[in-house]
Design a protein around this ligand. Structure first.
Ligand code: FAD
Ligand code: UDP
Length: 396
């Protein structure tokens, strides 16, 4: 009898111990991999509206993903992963981000250095007049371009888009060299969507973007991300790769914002991503160039030089520039939009769709050449989808 009781007590203690251990192991509702726009927007929504417990991790030593900015050793605010200019036509996206930052109005302008001249890009009326030494008005320039444009049907590639609008000469001067440098592909090998990002205008509008909302976060992107993620339901873990914690933390659902092919261990082979090397330079002068960015389509190894103070409006007696050198290897920055890559991506997307309780969001995870606002929009719509599915599991 005594022995029985002792054994029962020991068994009970053991049981209690396991119970105690299990409750010590904190369970998250969501593990979010990547603290860029995709991950951070979802973390905040799920934590504050969904009242979910979130663990967000990033393998880098900072939040913000590719939009991360910081003050360099001279005290100038710079973007670590190249110039980021916020622009959107979506009031929803703009209003959402406005909960976490004020804004500084900023209309980005770009010049292209062609044959030693600085000409507005996107190509507009002034570009044509200056390049050809003409004095056309808006109507005349339309006729002028129509006479040079090549008939292409259907418009499929990044070459088609441009030659069908402005003809071969301007295509070669402004697009062909830049594109070959940036992608190591001829424009004829890239989807139309790539060069279609840069329109052709017959008016004098010399802004790079024409979106309704164009502004920079008043105190920088990183500050905006800090505010977004500062919620008691959100834990942040930096310097942490998904592989390191996937079996260590308990979570109910997963949101992955890294490269989708990496997630599936490159099962079908690697998705191509284009990378860049950034060279920063600080000069002992207050201004270096007349616009935020100058493109170099045909000369040098870099594609463009950006002077941050134009973007941020910062006053400083020094100035910092960034040169962008395209590279085949390095951090994955750009998906490469072309048919064969889309086919390969579709195979990964099919695998992704088979997984329950796992969501793929963002530029790398959905292999889309998305701007920041498009990623925010995608994250907000994923949030809605997630809340609906949480609701339907509760009801069943
Ligand atoms: P990311 O910002 O790439 O975030 C993904 C995060 O996941 C990264 O921080 C990464 O470290 C982390 N991660 C990946 N794998 C793992 C893993 N296994 N474990 C842990 N963490 C992981 N957009 C604009 O709207 N305007 C611009 O002017 C503009 N300029 C750009 C200039 C350049 C040079 C580049 C490269 C992009 C630019 N963009 C611009 C696009 C913008 O950067 C993206 O749309 C946006 O940052 C994508 O957010 P994301 O969350 O999808 O991805
Ligand atoms: N592009 C070009 N010449 C230019 C600017 C852009 O040929 O002066 C082409 C090039 O292929 C580039 C693409 O258009 O990769 C998109 O340009 P964008 O400025 O949108 O590139 P991002 O800022 O995303 O690097």
């Amino acid at each position: 009898e005594m022995l029985k009781r002792i054994n029962a007590t020991i068994a009970n203690q053991k049981k209690n111990k396991t119970v105690a251990r299990a409750s010590e192991k904190y369970t998250y509702d969501y593990l979010i991999v990547g603290a860029g726009f995709a991950g951070s927007v979802l973390a905040e929504r799920l934590a504050s509206v969904g009242n979910k417990k979130i663990l967000i991790i990033d393998k880098r030593n900072h939040i913000g993903g590719n939009a991360y900015d910081y003050y360099n050793e001279d005290g100038i605010l710079v973007h670590k992963y190249g110039p980021h200019i916020f622009h959107t036509n979506s009031a929803d996206v703009f209003n959402h981000l406005s909960k976490f930052t004020g804004w500084r109005n900023y209309q980005h302008k770009v010049l292209a250095n062609v044959d030693g001249q600085l000409l507005p890009i996107p190509i507009n009326l002034n570009t044509i007049n200056k390049y050809y030494g003409l004095n056309l008005n808006g109507l005349e320039v339309e006729e002028f371009l129509a006479s040079r444009a090549e008939k292409v049907y259907p418009v499929k590639t990044s070459e088609d888009v441009v030659v069908s609008k402005v003809g071969r000469e301007l295509y070669e001067k402004f697009f062909r060299g830049y594109t070959r440098k940036q992608w190591d592909l001829d424009p004829s090998e890239l989807d139309a969507s790539v060069t279609a990002r840069v329109p052709t205008r017959t008016n004098k509008d010399d802004r790079y973007f024409t979106d309704t909302f164009q502004a920079m976060p008043a105190h920088g992107y990183t500050k905006m991300f800090e505010k977004m993620l500062s919620h008691p339901n959100i834990k942040i873990m930096l310097n942490t790769d998904y592989e390191e914690v996937m079996n260590e933390v308990k979570f109910r659902k997963l949101i992955f914002t890294g490269p989708v092919d990496e997630f599936f261990n490159y099962k079908y082979g690697r998705l191509p991503y284009r990378s860049l090397r950034f060279k920063f330079e600080t000069l002992e002068t207050s201004q270096f160039q007349e616009t935020g960015t100058i493109n170099y389509p045909n000369d040098y190894g870099f594609t463009r030089i950006t002077e941050f103070k134009h973007l941020t409006g910062q006053k400083h007696d020094k100035t910092t520039l960034v040169y962008e050198y395209p590279e085949a290897t390095g951090d994955p920055y750009y998906p490469v939009p072309r048919p064969e890559n889309e086919l390969l991506y579709k195979k990964y997307a099919a695998l992704a769709n088979q997984l329950t309780n796992t969501y793929f969001v963002g530029r790398l995870a959905t292999y889309r050449y998305y701007n920041m606002d498009q990623v925010v929009a995608q994250a907000l719509s994923t949030f809605k989808k997630i809340m609906q599915s949480e609701l339907s599991t509760k009801l069943h």
